[in-house]
Structure formats: C-alpha cells, structure tokens
Design a protein around this ligand. Structure first.
Ligand code: PMP
Length: 395
C-alpha cells in the first residue's frame, strides 16, 4: 500500500465501534413518514434526529411538486446554471426567496454547503481577512480555507473577542465575519445585535449562515428577521435540506453583490444545477411556509415540550428557542451506549462525537410530530434514564 493510503489501513475508530456493536452512522432506513422511520429489518423508531423542522419533506404537496418537475424537466439538468442547466424554476425560486426573506436578490445553488463555498470563496481572496466563530459549521470553515484569505477564529458568540481581533489583526483588503444564525449542534442563536455593531465599527461585512433559522424563526423569515436586523446583514446563506425538506442552497444579498457572485461563485459555475425535483420541492415548501405559519409555532412548542420533559427526567439539555435540543452524554463511549439504548427503545437521535462537537445526543423536533410520538420518545428516554445517567461521564 502506498504511503498516502497507509492511514486508511490503520484507521480503526469506525471498525472498533462496529465490532463493539456501537456504530451509529450510515444507518439504513427503508421507510419514513412525518414523525417516524423504519430501520432496515423493520424496527420502527420515533424520529428525533431529522432537520425536517416543518415536516415538509414528506408532505404530499411537496412530493407531488417534485414528481411533476421531474416529469416535465427530467431527472437532472446535466450542467451548471451558468451554461445549460438554468431553469425558470431556479429563477422563480430566487425571486420568491428574495421577497420572502426581505433581501434584494438571491442566488440558488445545489446545496447549502456550496452556497457557503460560493459566497465566501467568491468574495474573499488573498489579502482579505475572514473572522469566523469557533463553532461555525464545517462548510463555512472549508469555504474560508479555500478562499486563500487570512483566516482567524473568535470565541463562540463573543462579540468582544471579535472586536479585539478586528482591531489587532492586519488586513490589506476587506474583512468578512462569518457566523451561524442558529448553531447546529447546540441550538443557540448568534448575538446578532452585538455582531452587527462590531462589524459596523470595523467596516467588516457580516455573513450569517441561517441553515437552521430560515423557515423556523420569526414565521420562517429566519434569525436576522427575528432580531429585526435583516437590513443590517449584507449576506445570508440558506439551505433547503432542513426546513424546506429538499436539497439546495441560496445566498441572499444586495442585487449588485448577487450579480457579482453569479459570475464569481465557482460552485455555481462549475457544478450542475439543483435538480428540477429538488428546486420545485423547495418552491412548494416556500409556498406552504407562507400559507401555514402555524408550523413555525408548533415546532417551537414541540421542542420546548421535549426540553421540559427531558430536564424533568434528569437529563442535562441545551436551552433556547430552536428545534435543536442537545442532550449531554459526557464522553464518547457513554454517548454511543446511550444512543444504542435509545434506538432499542424505538427512539432515533443523532450521536455526535468530537471533532464535530463535544460528545452529545443531538435531538431535534418537527412541526408534525404528534403528541403520541413525542410521548413515545419521552417514554424511551425515561426507560433508559437510569442506565444513561449512571454512565460514568454523565453521572
Ligand atoms: N450550514 C449549516 C449550519 C448546516 O448545518 C448545514 C448542513 N448540516 C449546511 C450549512 C450545509 O447544508 P446542505 O446540507 O444544504 O449542504
């Protein structure tokens, strides 16, 4: 085996976990509906680990829109939007997104990951400075590194540390500050008013990745709107793989900026456009979101209910208003054991291990889970509680 590939043979972490029967990834689901999923083999679980916050991924109207678009336009566009892969669907989605989120223009890309690569890589280069929150999503970190700008980190949600670094670090060009609107592992919000103030003071441009806030907070209008600061945030990125129940992503901003990115965002120009089915599904989800704002209220209520119930059972859970409720499990092994016990009890949650974040169960909730399903999840957590809380690091 060549030197380059030797690390693959000596990589044993996943193998060890599989051998111990505690491997929580690439689980095979062979069916799912609004609130539950079935594992291959038939084991039914309440789904407390999806990002389908509004329950739209399995909504028949969204599925029908996807099917119709596939029949009308084909399964894929076989080219980038820049050349042969642009559809009226992409243009319509951009216009409707810009209107809904209150920005001048939008640019639709094939994933949220690509939206971040496109926005950051399209705008930043050598000589620029990117300051990024320490807990920002991997796609933002990758984008910053790919841009060849100077990259520095500031302490999570610490606007003073950001100000200190903006004051001290040299830059030849511009400065971009990069944060998540809602942090995907902890469910906490960025301190937007303070960040906006610091960016204004230091002539820095703020980018908020609102993957987990868009469609959820403030009747779906997202984190910037929740704080009443949409006009003060020049760049917002979105994904359709969460509240919109599809796949795709977008960058929102001023028309001149979006037009510049149309011609400088490499993931847009050099990767095939979002499929007709996914684009039509996102458009339909946006229509439903506008007409059914109750979904945003219900998902918040469901998450609040689970937060209360899990706390009452003795679990240490994250606070906040997002549909993401992390459950502290201490160390890696305890997390894997807790995950395994819960799946046995019919509750699916996500096991998160370093380096993604500190060990935890990431639970998340949707607008369409029934009371009965949530109570089944609570019963599952209750059934395993004594064993989970007795695990060394969580005790
Ligand atoms: N940003 C954040 C904060 C995310 O959580 C994710 C997905 N986990 C992405 C971007 C990437 O989105 P997508 O799945 O559309 O590539």
């Amino acid at each position: 085996m060549s030197h380059l590939l030797e690390k693959c043979a000596s990589y044993t972490r996943a193998r060890d976990a599989r051998n111990a029967g505690l491997y929580p990834y690439f689980l095979n689901f062979d069916g799912r509906d609004a609130g539950t999923a079935r594992l291959a083999g038939g084991h039914q679980v309440v789904m407390c680990g999806s990002n389908d916050y509004l329950g739209l991924s399995t909504d028949p109207r969204v599925a029908d829109a996807a099917a119709e678009a596939a029949h009308r336009y084909g399964a894929g566009c076989t080219g980038s939007r820049f050349l042969n892969g642009n559809l009226d669907l992409h243009d319509r989605l951009e216009a409707e997104l810009a209107e809904f989120f209150g920005k001048e223009a939008a640019l639709v890309l094939t994933t949220g990951y690509q939206a971040n690569l496109g926005a950051i890589g399209g705008l930043c280069g050598p000589g620029d400075l990117i300051l990024i929150d320490k807990d920002a999503h991997a796609s933002l970190i990758d984008a910053a590194r790919l841009s060849r700008a100077k990259v520095a980190w500031f302490e999570h949600n610490d606007a003073d540390d950001l100000a200190d670094k903006l004051a001290r670090l040299p830059r030849r060009g511009g400065a971009l500050v990069v944060v998540d609107g809602v942090y995907s592992m902890e469910g906490d919000l960025c301190p937007l008013p303070a960040l906006v103030e610091v960016c204004r003071r230091f002539d820095a441009t703020l980018l908020v990745d609102d993957a987990h806030g868009a469609g959820v907070l403030d009747k779906g209008r997202g984190t910037s709107s929740h704080f009443g600061l949409t006009d003060e945030v020049p760049l917002i990125t979105l994904t359709f793989s969460k509240a919109f129940g599809s796949i795709g992503g977008a960058i929102l901003g001023d028309a001149v900026v979006i037009d510049y990115l149309r011609h400088h965002a490499r993931p847009l120009m050099f990767s095939a456009s979002a499929s007709p089915a996914n684009t039509a599904a996102a458009l339909e989800s946006l229509r439903i979101l506008r007409e059914e704002p109750w979904r945003c209220t219900t998902v918040a209520e469901n998450a609040a209910y689970m937060r209360r119930e899990l706390t009452a059972l003795g679990y240490r859970v994250g606070s906040g208003i997002a549909p993401i409720v992390p459950v502290d499990t201490g160390d890696d092994l305890s997390t894997l054991r807790a995950w395994d016990l819960l799946v046995e009890e019919g509750v699916y949650v996500n096991a998160v291990l370093p380096p993604a974040a500190s060990p935890r169960l990431r639970t998340s909730y949707t607008a369409v889970q029934t009371e009965e399903q949530l109570n089944r999840a609570v019963a599952g957590f209750a059934a395993v509680r004594d064993r989970v809380l007795a695990l060394p690091a969580a005790a």
